[in-house]
Design a protein around this ligand. Structure first.
Ligand code: HEC
Ligand code: HEC
Ligand code: HEC
Ligand code: HEC
Ligand code: HEC
Ligand code: HEC
Length: 231
């Protein structure tokens, strides 16, 4: 979809660029040539239409050539993947088929597009070399990352903690409740990021499970105070 839009978008661009340059530098040459050719043509007219056609062909392609030339170059260029390609052509699971409650869908509605998060243009371009819609689509990130610190550029940590101050999602078997955005500050917790809990392409309903699993990976008895059992 977008590839054809790109084509439509860049073809006229190439065309307006072409004639503009031509008008400045080569129009005089062309009109000089054509006025000379016109006298020549009158003299030649008895030789018939063949000569006129040849003359017309001598001038016309000068303007037609550059636009049609760059037009076909553009076509090859825009077939290739770019950060502006329509992701939905290929990634159905993260677009058309995605649960409407998934954070990525919510972001899309708020104007945060795919490439805001999948922002590493160099790696993204490498991954998409030769990509086509009939190849198997990835079910997780393998060759690229989404920078988890990016989330913080729009979401303030203090603000989040305030929003979820009453949340009981993270409750252990002893009844200890922890605010998911205000977990104790210790070195073991440094590696926890937003996307450990918020898997952005999953339905919102998976959030409580993801959150508890994030904690209980280490808090193995589902009790948050280690000291309850160990020294
Ligand atoms: C022509 C089909 C096509 C289009 C259009 C497309 N992709 Fe992909 N994408 C693929 C294929 C195929 C792969 C798997 C490539 C591989 O793993 O070698 C892929 C892989 C990915 C990955 C996983 C990279 C990783 O870490 O393994 C992400 C993220 C991604 N695409 C995002 C996007 C975004 C964002 C867009 C829109 C700007 C987009 N794609 C447009 C076909 C496409
Ligand atoms: C470009 C700004 C921007 C970035 C980057 C961003 N967000 Fe958001 N996010 C928003 C906006 C705007 C909303 C909608 C308003 C709100 O709920 O705060 C939102 C909403 C959310 C929501 C609530 C969704 C819902 O169901 O209402 C979650 C969860 C979220 N973001 C997580 C993340 C995570 C995780 C990241 C990083 C991977 C991230 N955001 C990156 C702007 C951003
Ligand atoms: C330990 C898991 C966990 C982590 C880490 C986490 N969240 Fe959350 N987040 C939650 C849970 C659980 C909720 C829902 C709380 C509720 O509704 O009870 C939530 C809610 C939200 C909301 C919606 C708040 C509202 O009520 O409008 C946003 C936005 C959000 N998180 C963004 C983020 C961002 C951005 C990060 C990283 C800076 C982050 N979260 C880190 C678990 C987590
Ligand atoms: C708010 C940030 C954000 C937005 C917006 C976003 N993604 Fe993602 N995407 C991620 C993260 C983070 C992952 C890694 C999985 C996870 O933790 O949820 C991911 C994973 C992926 C993957 C790997 C397969 C998978 O589902 O895990 C693909 C493909 C992908 N995204 C494509 C897209 C496309 C296409 C869009 C636009 C419709 C998009 N993403 C929008 C953050 C985002
Ligand atoms: C990488 C392992 C790891 C993960 C993941 C983890 N913790 Fe911890 N947590 C620890 C360790 C180790 C301690 C005790 C050592 C310490 O205090 O430094 C601890 C201590 C705690 C404590 C007691 C700290 C205190 O000062 O009273 C609480 C509460 C806690 N974690 C909550 C959580 C919550 C909530 C999550 C999920 C968002 C979580 N932890 C995820 C390893 C982890
Ligand atoms: C509810 C009680 C309880 C809590 C809380 C608890 N543990 Fe354990 N832990 C155990 C039990 C029971 C074992 C297995 C006993 C054994 O094999 O010696 C164990 C085993 C371990 C072991 C393996 C020890 C070994 O010798 O193999 C480690 C490491 C450990 N716990 C770390 C932690 C950490 C870190 C925390 C806090 C994040 C924690 N535990 C919280 C009960 C608990």
């Amino acid at each position: 979809m977008d590839t054809s839009q790109d084509q439509l978008g860049s073809a006229p661009l190439g065309q307006t660029e072409g004639p503009e340059k031509r008008e400045g530098s080569e129009e005089p040459t062309c009109s000089l040539a054509s006025s000379r050719h016109r006298k020549f043509a009158i003299w030649l007219i008895s030789l018939g239409m063949v000569a006129l056609v040849a003359l017309a062909a001598g001038c016309a392609p000068r303007t037609a050539d550059p636009s049609s030339g760059s037009g076909s170059e553009d076509t090859t260029a825009t077939v290739a993947w770019s950060m502006q390609s329509d992701c939905a052509t290929c990634h159905l699971a993260e677009t058309n088929e995605q649960d409407p409650t998934a954070p990525a869908t919510v972001h899309e509605q708020e104007g945060t597009t795919c490439i805001t998060c999948h922002a590493d243009e160099e790696k993204m371009t490498a991954v998409h070399e030769g990509a086509t819609a009939d190849l198997p689509m990835p079910t997780r990130l393998k060759k690229t990352e989404v920078d988890p610190t990016l989330c913080g550029s729009c979401h303030e940590a203090d603000e989040l903690a305030t929003l979820t101050v009453a949340s009981t999602v993270i409750t252990d078997t002893e009844g200890t409740v922890v605010n998911p955005h205000d977990i104790p500050d210790n070195s073991s917790h440094n590696s926890i990021t937003c996307i450990n809990c918020h898997q952005v392409h999953e339905p919102a309903a998976s959030l409580p499970d993801n959150s508890l699993n994030t904690c209980f990976n280490c808090h193995h008895e589902k009790v948050l105070q280690c000291g309850t059992c160990h020294d």
